[in-house]
Ligand binder design. Structure first.
Ligand code: MG
Length: 278
C-alpha cells in the first residue's frame, strides 16, 4: 500500500522540506577545507532546533548522527565525526532530513570541497544531479513508478562516458516513498529491472524521495564494520543527489527545493505545482 497525502499533509511536508533546504544551504557553505564532518552535523542539529523541527536520521535503526556525510569513495550513510576533516579536492554528499508536525522530508546534495577537482568529478556531480531532475520531471499523472526509474537511468546512459570508462549506477540502494515515515513503500530503483514490473501508477498525493547514486566505476558497494558506511567496491568516487517530491493535482512540487523546483522543472518543460505554503 502506498500512502497518499492530503494537500494539508503535503503542506506539512513542504515545511519540513524547507528546513532541509536550509540545512543544505548552511552545511554547503561550511563544507570548506579544514572543517570536520562533525562540524556539519552540529550545524544541521542547530538548524533543526532553530526551526522547531525534529531529526529523522538520528536514532533511525541506531544511526548516531543528524545527517549522513559521505566523502569521496563513501557512497552513502557516512557517519559524521571529528577525525574526518575535509580537504580541498574532496567531494562530499550531505544527506539530511527533518520532521515537522509528524511529516518527513529527506534530501541530499553533493558539494565539491575547495578547488582542484578534475573535470570528470565535476561532470559526475552534474550528471547525478541532472538525472535526479529527469526523474522528477517524470513524476506525472498516468506514469508508473518504472517511468521515474527509466528517466533517471536513460538520462545517465545518454551522457558521454567519463575518462574512467563508465558510470556505475548503484543498485543496492535507491529512492523511496516518504510521508508519515522517512522510508515507506514503494522502493524506487535508479534503473529499470524488467523482472520487477512497472510498479504502481503515479497519482496525486504520492510522495517520493528520488535519489540517484553514481560512481566513476563499479555499481557494487559494501558496508564497513560500523554497519553504516557504504563504499564503492573499486574505490572510485561517487555522487549522490536527492529531493523529496509530491505529486499533486497540479503537477509535481519539489518539497526540498527552495523554489519548489519551479526553475529546473521549467527548463525541462514541466510546470511545478504552486507552493502550498506560499
Ligand atoms: Mg532518502
Amino acid at each position: 500500500m502506498v500512502e497518499l497525502k492530503t494537500p494539508e499533509q503535503i503542506a506539512h511536508m513542504r515545511a519540513a522540506g524547507l528546513v532541509v533546504a536550509e540545512i543544505h544551504r548552511r552545511t554547503a557553505e561550511a563544507a570548506v577545507p579544514g572543517a570536520s564532518t562533525k562540524d556539519l552535523d552540529d550545524i544541521a542539529a542547530q538548524v533543526l532546533a532553530e526551526r522547531g523541527a525534529k531529526p529523522n536520521f538520528l536514532g533511525y535503526g541506531g544511526f548516531p548522527a543528524t545527517i549522513c556525510t559521505s566523502v569521496n569513495d563513501v557512497v552513502v550513510h557516512g557517519i559524521p565525526d571529528r577525525k574526518t576533516v575535509l580537504r580541498s579536492g574532496d567531494v562530499i554528499s550531505i544527506d539530511a532530513g527533518a520532521i515537522v508536525n509528524g511529516w518527513h522530508a529527506d534530501a541530499a546534495i553533493t558539494v565539491l570541497v575547495g578547488e582542484g577537482h578534475g573535470a570528470e568529478l565535476v561532470e559526475l556531480s552534474r550528471v547525478t544531479e541532472d538525472s535526479l531532475w529527469a526523474g522528477i520531471a517524470a513524476m506525472r499523472k498516468g506514469n508508473r513508478l518504472v517511468d521515474v526509474s527509466r528517466a533517471v537511468e536513460s538520462y545517465i546512459r545518454r551522457q558521454p562516458l567519463p575518462v574512467s570508462g563508465k558510470y556505475g549506477i548503484v543498485e543496492q540502494y535507491g529512492g523511496h516513498g516518504i510521508g508519515s515515515e522517512m522510508h515507506m513503500d514503494p522502493h524506487l530503483l535508479n534503473y529499470v529491472d524488467r523482472r520487477r514490473g512497472r510498479g504502481p501508477r503515479l497519482v496525486p498525493g504520492m510522495c517520493l524521495a528520488i535519489e540517484p547514486m553514481i560512481t566513476l566505476g563499479t555499481p557494487k558497494t559494501h558496508v564497513l564494520a560500523d554497519e553504516w558506511t557504504v563504499k564503492s567496491n573499486d574505490g572510485t568516487w561517487s555522487s549522490h543527489w536527492e529531493h523529496s517530491v509530491a505529486l499533486t493535482e497540479e503537477g509535481p512540487i519539489v518539497l526540498t527545493a527552495p523554489d519548489g523546483g519551479r526553475e529546473k522543472l521549467a527548463a525541462l518543460g514541466v510546470t511545478a505545482a504552486p507552493d502550498p505554503l506560499a
